[in-house]
Design a protein around this ligand. Sequence first.
Ligand code: FUB
Ligand code: ZN
Length: 628
Amino acid sequence: MSIQSDYPFKPVPFTSVTFTDNFWLPRIETNRSVTLPYNFRKCEETGRIDNFAKAAGQMEGPHEGIFFNDSDVFKVVEGAAYSLASSPDPDMDVYLDNLIALFAGAQEADGYLYTARTIDPTAVTADREGLTRWSHLRVNHELYNVGHLYEAAAAHFQATGRRNLLDVALKNADLIDSVFGPENLRAVPGHQEIEIGLVKLYRVTGDERYLRLAKFFLDERGHANGRELYTNFGNVGYMQDHLPVVEQAEAVGHSVRAVYMYTGMADVAALTGDASYIAAIDRLWENVVGRKLYLTGGIGARHTGEAFGDDYELPNAEAYAETCAAIANILWNQRMFLLHGDARYIDVLELSLYNGFLSGVSFSGTEFFYTNPLASDGKTAVNRGSLGRQPWFDCSCCPTNDVRFLASLPGYVYASDADSLYVNLFVAGEGQAEVGGQSVGLRQETNYPWEGRVRLRVEPTQQAEFALRIRIPGWADNRPVPSDLYRFAETDNVGFVLTVNGEPATPTLEKGYAVLKRVWRAGDVVELTLPMAVRRVLCNEAVEANRGRVALMRGPLVYCVEGVDNGGSVSHIGLADDAPLTAEHRPELLNGVTVIQGEGAQPHTAIPYYAWGHRGAGEMAVWLGRQV
Ligand code: FUB
Ligand code: ZN
C-alpha cells in the first residue's frame, strides 16, 4: 500500500468558520445548549452510561439495552468535542473528562472495549454478542462501536489537545490491529464505521497501521477467507459483503452501512491513490443519484433491512429514509467533492442537508424523526416511523448522530486547494481560509435559503491572485439533482447574476462553479443573485410512486403540504400546470418559513419539508397529483 498525499481539495475546518445567520445558527445553538445535554441525559437515563460504570466495576447489574448502545455515547462525545472547539464550556470539559475516565475503566487491560461482554461474559449469547470476542461480528457491532470511539477521540484531541480519550482509542485500535489482518483473523464488521474511524486515527497520529487496517477491512469484504459471507433478511447484499468492494456497482443493502463504507473508501482512496476504489465509488454514486435518491436527499427505500430498494423503487409513505442515512449521504458527498472538486456532489449534499436530514431534528432539539417518509396519512405509523417526532428511541442512532453532525456543519461551507477558494454553501458568517499559503478572510451576508442574494467580502492578508470558485447550485441551472431522476417542469427560469465590486462579472463555469480568477484585495466584494422562483418538479417515469405527480421546490428546499394548513386533509390536493404559485415569508410560522401558496381550483399552502410534523399528527405529502 503506497501512501500518497491526501484529498486534493481541503475543507476549511469548522473551527475556522463561524455562522451569524438566522437559519443554521439557531439550530446549532439549540444543538449545543439543548440537544447535546439532552442526549447525555438520555444516555444516563437509559443505562447507556451505567453500562460503562458496570464494565468498570463501579456498579452492579446487567448490561442494559442494545449491544451497540456504547456507540451512542461515543457519538454524543464527538458532538460535544466539536461544540467545545467553538464554544468553550468548562462544565462540559469536566463532564467529558469524567466520562472518559469511565471509558478507560471499562476498557479491559489489553484495550478491549465492548461493555456488553465485559460486564458479564457469561451473559452474552451466541446470536447477539457472540460467546467469545469477534465470534459474531456479523451482528454484534464490536467493531462498529469502536469506530465511533475513534471518531470521538480524534475530535476530542483536536478540540482540546488532551490525549485522555485518544489514549483509550489507540489502545483499542492497537488491540484490533494485532487481532485482524492478512496474517491474522480475516473477518470484517457487520456494520461498517470502523474504517472511517481508523482513517481519523491515522490522520491524528500519522501511524500507517491504522490506515492499513482500514483498507484491510474494506478489501476483505466480499472475500470468504475462512468465513461465511454475511447475509441478512435473505438479502445477500445486506452488509455489502456480496462482492469485493472494488467490484460493487449497485448500492444495495442497509443504507447506512453501505454509505459509511463508500465514505471510508473515499478516505482510503484519497490517502492511497487507489484508482479502483475511486472507480467503484464513482459508479455507486451514479447508481444512487440516478436511481435511488429521494427528492429530499434521503436514501434507503425499504423498512426490511433498512435498505436501498431496487432501481427506481422510491415509495413515499413507506420510505425509510433514515436520518442516519441522510447524514451518511452528506458525509459521502463531501468526500466525493474533496476527491473530484465538482459542485454536483455539493448539490446532493445540500439537498440532503436542508431536507432529508433537517426534517429529523425538531426546532426544540429534543424530538426526532428516525424515518423521514415523503407522505403520511396521519393515522398509520409506517415502518419504524411514528405519527410524530419522538423524544428518543430504543435504537437511538439518529438523535446521537444528529448532535455530532450539526456541531460540525460549519466545516462544510468552504474548501480550498493551492490556487482556488471554493464557496460551497451559502450561510451568513465569517471564515478564515488558506489558499496557496495565503490567509484569506471571508464574510458572507445572506438570508439564504429564503433569499437568493449572497454578498461575499474577501479579505486576503495581502493582495493575492487566486480563483474564487462560487458554487452555482444545480437547482439554479435547471437541475434539481445531478441526474435524470428529477427535472423541473419549466426550464425557463435560469440565470444567476454575479458582480465584483458592483461591476458585472463574466465568470467561466467549471464543474458547477462560477470561476473568478483575479488579484484579490482586502475589501473586494462579490455579489451573487440566485433565482428563487417556485419550481415544479417532475420525476423520472420509471418511479412508479410518482407517475402523474408533481412536487415543489424553491431554492434548495423541497416543499410539502400538511393537513393543518389545508383544512385537515391533503389527499385531495392536485396541482394544475398553470396554477399560479406564490411565495410568501411568514416570520411567525414554524420559526419563520417561506410558504408557497397554490391558487386555482384547489388553493393550498405548502411548507418546507423539514418543518413538517411540528403541529401534531396529520396528513402530509411531498408529491401532489398533477393536473395537466
Ligand atoms: O445498527 C446501528 C444503527 O442502528 C444503524 O446504522 C441504523 O440503521 C440502526 O439500525
Ligand atoms: Zn439512525
